[in-house]
Design a protein around this ligand. Sequence first.
Ligand SMILES: CSC[C@H]1O[C@H](OP(=O)(O)O)[C@H](O)[C@@H]1O
Length: 349
Amino acid sequence: MTYTKTVPQSVEWKNTHISLLDQTKLPLETVFIDLFTIEDVWDSITALKVRGAPAIGITAAYGLALSAQSYKSLSIAEFKEKLNQDRDYLASSRPTAVNLIWALNRLVASIECAKTVNEAKTTLIHEAIQIQVEDEEVCRQIGEHALSLFKDGYKLLTICNAGSIATARFGTALAPFHLAAQRNVNLKVFASETRPILQGARLTTWELLQSGVDVTLITDNMAAHTIAVKGIDAIIVGADRITANGDTANKIGTYNLALLAKAFGIPFYVAAPKSTFDISLQNGSEIPIEERNPDEVTHISGVRVAPEGVQVYNPAFDVTPNDLITAIITEAGILQGDLGLEIRKIFGE
Ligand SMILES: CSC[C@H]1O[C@H](OP(=O)(O)O)[C@H](O)[C@@H]1O
């Protein structure tokens, strides 16, 4: 059965609060929650109620703007100081996706010239909304560039959820699939379940079914066999932080797929907006990798599956070296060859 409904937005500014699609409830329930405080926002990002690099950047930006509306009896200098403190607090919610700090710093910078508190409060709201508006268009452009690489009938493998709900709309790695479905271009997607949080099984399958995309769920350990037996034509993934040389942090298990792509001689594509690049880092060894609660590995849906007391290693991301990446698909175009050089070009270095 395929769905024709559009995918709901993951986050929305409501003036007095933020409305958030609670991604921990999907696919069994579509639940929206209201965030009224900066602590609500921090908790929602940390608990993956909102997740996906651009989506957490947008949500954090709204959280900063929302918190600033409650500042009282401050001079503009004191206002800016408190805003920096709130920026640092929200930045501590998750360490790997650079979009979080990028969006927060963009908001702080937007009021640099503000002369009054009221002017600053209004500017912060407008800048946060602008980040979401821009991201939707950027993701649509990424989808168009990616779709240009895929012929009708192509079979693609992806991991995690780099989809519409991980961004303002469309997604990054999933953007070409949403666009293809609107144009009757026949792409077949294989979604890795993505242990331990199951973003692939829970979110990518749900999202692509909403758009009527032909999607097949596999477990992570089926990837090599699926590539071999199903004749996967290419792999496309999202990103959380891309360094100056093109090394890319993405969901744990992405590196595995890049190694498989090389072994099978198929393209490995990374799809990401410029806001996911951190050219202050020279290579992937400098990217902070989030380690999460061991319970995510020892439990599935709250049911313990591993013995009490077992040691657990739970990195949420890994880093794919640039030499395993065929191309990085951005709103500025498709970067390939000398990725470091191509990255410098799109950032005007
Ligand atoms: C469009 S960015 C999506 C990116 O973020 C995901 O991580 P998480 O679910 O932990 O936020 C994953 O790495 C996706 O590729």
